[in-house]
Ligand binder design. Structure first.
Ligand SMILES: O=C(CO)[C@H](O)[C@H](O)COP(=O)(O)O
Ligand SMILES: [Fe+2]
Length: 217
């Protein structure tokens, strides 16, 4: 069970210090938005390169951009350990996943809530992680979409015994994480739940324990 907090709801003018508040996180999830694939605009490659110089944390990049084929490899070259592109945006997802892996990062594909897993089932052998959005991509602090739970179960079945992580992203909190874990997720993005809590690192531990407990029965 991995907890990968999103810094979207952190103080974006103090990123290095905000990241240092979550030492027990399994990775730092960085949301790149381009005001094209999604309505929002966050940060891009130069900021990720700067973050890389300030932390040894594993960097988990979530690209919500129109042209991942053009930009995703550069994030791997910048030292990110995991790079996720949206299947709705990628023009050549097989080539892109192979390029990310060739550059030494884990390749991952993301699906928005309305995108069925079955249409990219044959890509599973090309990726190290599948990210299932549990909100419409674009903003932090949205309500978790229970309609995605059957897709989490279906994806877990399709993964079978392969070593492919299943990440959920959007509205994951102390209230919703157990549902995700029971459905088969093993990697959890939590943005506002972590950074709006008084003790973000304690929240990371609490979320992990809640997910583990949900799978223990
Ligand atoms: O990709 C995202 C939004 O598109 C974010 O990672 C996600 O929304 C995290 O924030 P929260 O936990 O507050 O929903
Ligand atoms: Fe994200």
């Amino acid at each position: 069970m991995r907890i990968t907090p999103s810094i979207l709801n952190a103080d974006l003018a103090n990123l290095a210090s905000e990241i240092s508040r979550i030492p027990d996180a399994d990775a730092v999830h960085i949301d790149v938005m381009d005001n094209s694939f999604v309505p929002n605009l966050t940060l891009g490659l130069p900021v990720v390169e700067s973050i890389r110089r300030h932390t040894d944390h594993i960097l988990d990049i979530h690209l919500m951009i129109t042209d991942p084929d053009r930009w995703a490899p550069a994030y791997a070259e910048a030292g990110a350990e995991s790079v996720t592109f949206h299947v709705e945006a990628a023009h050549a997802p097989v080539r892109l996943a192979r390029e990310i892996r060739r550059l030494g990062a884990r390749a991952s594909m993301a699906l928005s809530p309305a995108t069925p897993i079955e249409i990219v089932e044959n890509l599973l052998g090309e990726v190290d992680m599948v990210l299932l959005m549990t909100v419409e991509p674009g903003f932090g602090g949205q309500a978790f979409l229970d309609m995605v739970l059957p897709k989490i179960r279906a994806t877990r079945r399709l993964i079978g015994d392969r070593d492919i992580w299943l990440q959920v992203d959007g509205g994951v909190s102390a209230e919703t994480i157990a549902r995700c874990a029971e459905a088969g997720a093993d990697t959890f993005v939590a943005g506002s739940a972590v950074y709006r809590s008084a003790d973000p690192n304690a929240m990371v531990t609490m979320l992990r324990e809640t997910a583990q407990a949900a799978c223990a029965h």
